[in-house]
Write a protein that binds this ligand. Structure first.
Ligand code: COA
Length: 332
């Protein structure tokens, strides 16, 4: 826990999901799969798909506008914009700069950070530290993904799992001690990066006829190994952050987990001895939206009255890298 007496609170949240719904039955027309298989193995029933001319920055801008409205601040008051995404509009400039322009944010500090599905917790810690240590008042943090743009629609082992969407939060300094984003426990292990990656499009495998023909520009995953690692590191980081703050599972009012797979979340619930009804779940509607998953779930949990003032909330994530993280949030 920080010794700084000031806190960083989540002053507002917002989320946005594209209109088009792709159901499991729709997917069964594209690849050899079924609603029964996808629901039983993952808990996912449908996902949202962005329009061709709707980019990660568009999804992110809509979520951010809702977060600004909820926080009661204007775009001009934002000092920092940080975006977490693995599907930026383009390699550069950053999606944060593109969103800055779309929203009319002033000359704020703008950057993207890439930590895949753990991205939102990573940007929350970076933004918190900047607010506490720098000369800033409000940070806009956004997890936004157009994963449909990097899915191999011929690969049934991956295309059924993911969806598009965005979630955002306004972080602001508060003089009240020990509230808001109380603590973080983030980590990574790059030795297992090939378990979940997209090989093409960077300096290692730039776009070429060969890279296109060999389908290098699509997400690739070894699902079973990812599953095992996810359960292990999410449990570890959750236990570590609870111990570090002398809390136990009973102190947690709500868990906002990364929404990848219901079976992963059920395992976590068993291992932490935290009943499943404490976990906010929406993966049936959206599938895995990577960096957008936690902020969308947080926003929905808040707007549906699941979060009460003073509640201690545990956010916990896992993603490509491999990366992981947990954070404790005392609701405003
Ligand atoms: N529809 C029908 N069958 C499918 C399928 C699909 N969409 N995808 C895979 N299968 C088949 C496989 O080909 C395999 O067939 P085989 O036994 O004839 O070889 C069988 O189902 C079992 O595959 P397996 O990969 O062992 O299944 P699983 O129980 O591990 O479930 C995942 C697969 C991907 C759902 C699961 O491993 C998973 O969720 N992993 C974590 C993924 C994740 O969350 N990634 C993001 C982390 S941020």
């Amino acid at each position: 826990m920080s010794s700084d007496t000031r806190s960083v609170i989540i002053k507002g949240t917002g989320s946005y999901a594209p209109e088009k719904i792709l159901s499991n039955d729709d997917l069964a027309k594209l690849v050899d799969t079924s609603d029964e298989w996808i629901t039983a193995r993952t808990g996912i029933r449908s996902r949202r798909i962005a329009a061709d001319d709707e980019y990660a920055s568009d999804l992110g801008s809509k979520a951010a506008a809702r977060a600004l409205e909820d926080a009661g601040i204007t775009a001009e008051e934002v000092d920092i914009v940080i975006v977490a995404t693995i599907t930026p509009d383009m390699p550069f400039p950053s999606t944060a700069c593109i969103i800055q322009a779309k929203l009319g944010v002033g000359n704020a500090l703008c950057m993207d950070i890439e930590a895949a599905c753990s991205g939102f917790l990573y940007i929350a810690e970076v933004a918190s530290s900047l607010l506490k240590n720098g000369n800033y008042k409000h940070a806009l943090i956004i997890g936004t993904e157009k994963l449909s743009s990097i899915l191999d629609w011929e690969d049934r082992t991956t295309c059924v799992l993911f969806g598009d969407g965005a979630g955002a939060a306004i972080l602001s300094l508060s003089d009240e001690p020990n509230t808001g984003l109380i603590d973080f426990k983030l980590g990574a292990d790059g030795k297992n990066s090939e378990l979940l990656h997209m090989p093409g499009g960077g300096s290692a495998v730039p776009a070429s006829t060969n890279s296109l023909e060999t389908r290098q520009h699509f997400l690739k995953m070894r699902g079973r190994e990812v599953f095992k690692s996810a359960v292990r590191v999410m449990e570890q980081s959750a236990i570590e952050i609870l111990d570090q703050n002398q809390l136990n599972a009973n102190d947690i009012k709500c868990v906002i987990p990364h929404q990848a797979n219901l079976r992963i979340i059920e395992s976590l619930s068993n291992r932490l001895e935290l009943p499943l009804d404490k976990f906010y779940l929406n993966l049936d509607k959206y599938g895995n939206t990577s960096a957008a998953s936690i902020p969308i779930a947080l926003d929905e949990a808040y707007r549906t009255g699941r979060l009460k003032s003073g509640d201690i909330i545990l956010m916990v994530a896992f993603g490509a890298g491999l990366t992981w993280g947990a954070s404790l949030l005392k609701w405003r």
